[in-house]
Design a protein around this ligand. Structure first.
Ligand SMILES: NC(=O)c1ccc[n+]([C@@H]2O[C@H](COP(=O)([O-])OP(=O)(O)OC[C@H]3O[C@@H](n4cnc5c(N)ncnc54)[C@H](O)[C@@H]3O)[C@@H](O)[C@H]2O)c1
Length: 357
């Protein structure tokens, strides 16, 4: 059987998850790895069967000529990696959320990838969790009646988590595109983080099928006291005329519907369980153009545009029309337009996470 060769760039937490999961799948072999940290690179190479190594992604990619170019660098590093992937002739680019920190970069990346006709996927892999799948099944079954609202809330900050909240709630709504977004934001403490974010962002989205999206992220978002793990306090769901269904990242799922009554089940986000099917669906798409990966870039871009429109609205005020027609630097807009007033928190634990104690 032909194996697809893979280059993984960025051997931090997620790079190692990706590389290990590629090597564990008989359809893939990691043949190259890249990091600017030489010790991290050597340690990773020893664990991954001795692939070719290098500190410069574009040069290594040209030498390795991988079928799959995967990069798991921090959110500030995107376009140079897309260019390296396109420069080496890769068939599929796999990269980490969020798509980009600014709409200027997201739209440029989209245009580069579309022009090259290369497949691309973005790692919204929580969706493989059995509790996420259960909620999607209940929504798709029609048991909620007419779905009017989808939502996502997380105490974690925007650039880490909002992309997940939006992607899974848009999945529950069949990826109907946004037509406008409006938001407010507060607090500048996390603007200098390596996942730069306002401390709190809350907003509304109109989707093309009439469904309302409601999102909250960060210090002011409600606690989910039933979930102990702070990064697992994410709640995403859908409400309709006959009930609701929702998932908690580390707290299972629950639903109340007219036809089925109250239901609930377990589930907690688990990289070891979520990565294998995410990787397998890349092989399926490479083998067969019809088997488009559910985490494809077009889906991710619908969410990225919503996320960036919410930020632009928070910085500039008013509603932002979607799709975005022009690129902007939402990070710069937030930095210059947010006030210095400290964020107000929803629970005591958020005070610590947002530098208020
Ligand atoms: N999908 C998820 O569930 C999930 C979870 C955590 C993080 N993430 C995302 O994954 C991405 C990476 O996060 P992480 O926690 O693995 O970060 P990390 O800091 O652990 O790893 C990043 C690595 O990139 C390397 N790097 C930096 N510049 C480089 C360059 N020019 N060339 C090659 N390597 C370079 C760093 O040395 C580091 O080893 C982020 O976008 C983050 O938002 C996704």
């Amino acid at each position: 059987m032909k194996k697809y060769s893979v280059l993984v760039v960025g051997m931090g937490k997620r790079g190692m998850h990706h590389a290990a999961a590629f090597n564990a799948n008989p359809k893939f072999q990691v043949t190259g790895i890249c990091d600017i940290d030489a010790k991290r690179l050597a340690d990773a190479a020893a664990k991954l069967g001795g692939p070719q190594t290098g500190g410069a992604a574009a040069a290594l990619a040209k030498a390795v000529k991988p079928d799959v170019f995967c990069f798991c660098t921090l959110p500030n590093l995107r376009t140079p990696m897309i260019k390296a992937a396109l420069g080496c002739g890769a068939k599929l680019i796999a990269f980490e959320k969020p798509v980009a920190l600014t709409s200027a970069e997201a739209l440029d990346m989209r245009d580069l990838i579309r022009k090259a006709g290369v497949k691309a996927v973005v790692s919204h892999q929580h969706r493989y969790g059995k509790h996420y799948q259960k909620v999607q099944e209940i929504v798709a079954s029609g048991a909620l009646g007419r779905v009017h609202t989808v939502y996502g809330t997380a105490t974690g900050w925007m650039t880490h988590i909002l992309s997940h909240l939006i992607d899974y709630s848009m999945w529950f709504n069949n990826y109907s595109p946004g037509t406008w977004a409006m938001a407010q934001a507060a607090g500048k403490f996390k603007l200098n983080d390596n996942h730069p974010s306002p401390d709190y962002l809350a907003g509304f989205v109109q989707f093309a099928n009439g469904v309302r999206g409601i999102y909250e992220c960060g210090a002011g978002a409600p606690d989910q006291p039933e979930v102990a793990k702070w990064w697992g306090k994410n709640r995403m769901g859908a409400q309709g005329t006959e009930g609701f269904a929702e998932v908690l990242t580390n707290g299972g799922w629950r639903a109340v519907t007219r036809s089925r009554g109250f239901e609930s089940g377990e589930g907690a986000m688990n990289y070891d369980a979520d990565m294998p099917p995410y990787i397998q669906e890349m092989a399926d798409w490479l083998d067969d153009d019809q088997k488009v990966h559910p985490c494809n870039l077009d889906h991710a871009l619908l969410g990225a545009e919503v996320m960036l429109a919410l930020q632009r609205s928070a910085a500039e005020g008013g509603q932002i029309a979607l799709p975005l027609t022009d690129g902007a630097d939402e990070q710069a807009l937030l930095k210059s337009n947010l006030t210095d007033k400290p964020v107000l928190v929803s629970c005591e634990q958020n005070r610590k996470e947002f530098g208020l104690t």
